[in-house]
Design a protein around this ligand. Structure first.
Ligand code: ZN
Length: 461
């Protein structure tokens, strides 16, 4: 078996690993590279390998940095299966369409402003085709990928539908198993179940390392932190602006705001979900409650987790823009999660200079994104072509991270090692250099053989 690390190699985005075994080629994920426009654009245009060689794709979860180039494959003629879980397929139906739509409007905007830009990577039809190719599998059941290769998903506890992938290749009596972590979640996250590390005897683990160099605040203290930020901002008469991923983070924040509101821990102010994608994603959550974490009190006790009196969802752009003229404190949750696009931009254009407001960062912000510049509290940020003084408060609540921190990553891996006496190697992917080298060092000290493969590096088993 040969693995080629074709994305998320020493960086966080563009997850894609090519597995070649028994004459077949299988992709694990096919995600978008995000970040600096030029660099990302160039990497995104190239398929990870010749399309006619790809026999199957196995997708770990719906985030675009894992799924976002699937429509590129179909636009170039790929027509094989895309294996994933039901919830991931449901989420991809809306997220890939949204990605196609954003690229199209970006293209039109830039062309109108006289910029020479390449056409969108793919269109709506390619996104719909990718969804048609998806084969939905339940967790914990083996399925055949191609001759001599089968796979199984376990719950990664990262976002709804997310999975770690166990690959098993058989050649005569020789069996080789590889585990790909996908993105590893955290125990105790609202709504979704805790990560379930695969218990198979694997030789190789390909593991994410996003937060390999730090620990998060606890999930429980995040709700309190959010409550405090809302109370303080309301007492100043300001707004709480939360850029959030439409899928996962938005629903978790809504869930916590409902719990805080029911406990009267926050004042009764309007809470607005200003993102059509988040609205659609919430509907997918409501169709997949069977995989929610039913050990949580709120999941069992609250009938409608994403609907309550103070909460509203905006539909049109006009409704969204009207929020800017509304008076009084409120919470606005809008995309995109890394502040690279979406309606959060016009809320920041109007609100980032107001010291009464608070911008709450609840997710990972990749290098070269506007979100990262807000985290760094740059005195001036560029929003929709204008320079805006960043005078609003900036609060970072990292307990909502859907990614395991360094301690949780190590425990996840220890659980895998517990049932893998033949584990020989751990390849770290999906992490920036500082995170990878710190995690590599601490795992090496725990007796693992660790490497951080470069882009297109190959490994033979
Ligand atoms: Zn993810």
């Amino acid at each position: 078996m040969e693995i080629e690390f074709a994305g998320a190699a020493r960086e966080v985005t563009g997850s894609c690993h090519i597995v070649r075994v028994n004459g077949k080629t299988v992709l694990l994920d096919c995600g978008l590279f995000q970040g600096r426009r030029g660099d990302a654009e160039q990497k995104n245009r190239q398929p990870p390998c010749p399309i006619d060689r790809i026999d199957a794709v196995i997708l770990s979860h719906a985030h675009l940095d894992h799924s976002g180039r699937l429509p590129l494959l179909t636009s170039l003629g790929y027509s094989g299966p895309i294996h994933t879980t039901k919830a991931t397929a449901d989420l991809c139906a809306i997220m890939l369409a949204d990605s196609a739509h954003l690229q199209e409007s970006d293209f039109q905007f830039l062309s109108r402003h006289g910029r020479a830009v390449d056409p969108p990577l793919y269109g709506l039809r390619d996104a719909a085709r990718a969804e048609e190719l998806m084969e939905r599998h339940p967790y914990d059941e083996w399925f055949d990928v191609c001759t001599g290769l089968r796979a199984r998903f376990t719950d990664a506890g990262h976002i709804l539908g997310s999975a770690a992938i166990v690959l098993e290749a058989a050649n005569g009596s020789a069996v080789t198993r590889v585990i790909f972590s996908g993105d590893v979640g955290r125990p105790g996250l609202p709504i979704i179940r805790d990560p379930d590390p695969p218990r198979d005897d694997a030789e190789l683990v390909i593991m994410e390392s996003t937060y390999g160099n730090r620990d998060h605040e606890s999930v429980a203290s995040s709700r309190d932190h959010l409550g405090r930020v809302v109370r303080e901002t309301v007492s100043r008469g300001g707004r709480v602006l939360i850029p959030a991923f439409a899928v996962g983070r938005t629903q978790e924040i809504v869930y916590d705001l409902q719990v805080l509101w029911r406990e009267k821990a926050i004042p009764s102010i309007p809470i607005v979900i200003d993102s059509p994608l988040a609205t659609a994603a919430t509907e997918v959550f409501e169709r997949n409650t069977d995989i929610f974490d039913h050990t949580e009190d709120a999941v069992r006790e609250i009938d409608k987790l994403f609907r309550f009196e103070r909460l509203s969802y905006t539909a049109s752009t006009a409704e969204s823009k009207a929020l800017n003229t509304q008076i009084g404190p409120m919470v606005v949750i809008a995309g995109s999660g890394m502040v690279e696009g979406g309606r959060i931009l016009h809320h920041l254009l109007n609100g980032a200079a107001n010291p009464r407001n608070t911008i709450v960062i609840v997710g990972f912000q990749a290098e070269h994104t506007l979100g990262r510049r807000i985290v760094a509290r740059r005195p001036v940020i560029r929003v929709l072509g204008s320079d805006v003084e960043l005078r609003a408060g900036v609060e970072i609540i990292n307990g909502y991270s859907a990614h395991a921190d360094r301690t949780e990553l190590a425990s996840w891996l220890d659980a895998v090692r517990g049932t893998s006496p033949h584990l020989r190697k751990v390849c770290l992917v999906h992490g920036e250099e500082a995170a990878q080298s710190a995690l590599s060092e601490s795992l090496t000290a725990r007796g693992y053989f660790v490497s951080c493969p470069a882009w297109h590096e190959k490994l033979s088993l």
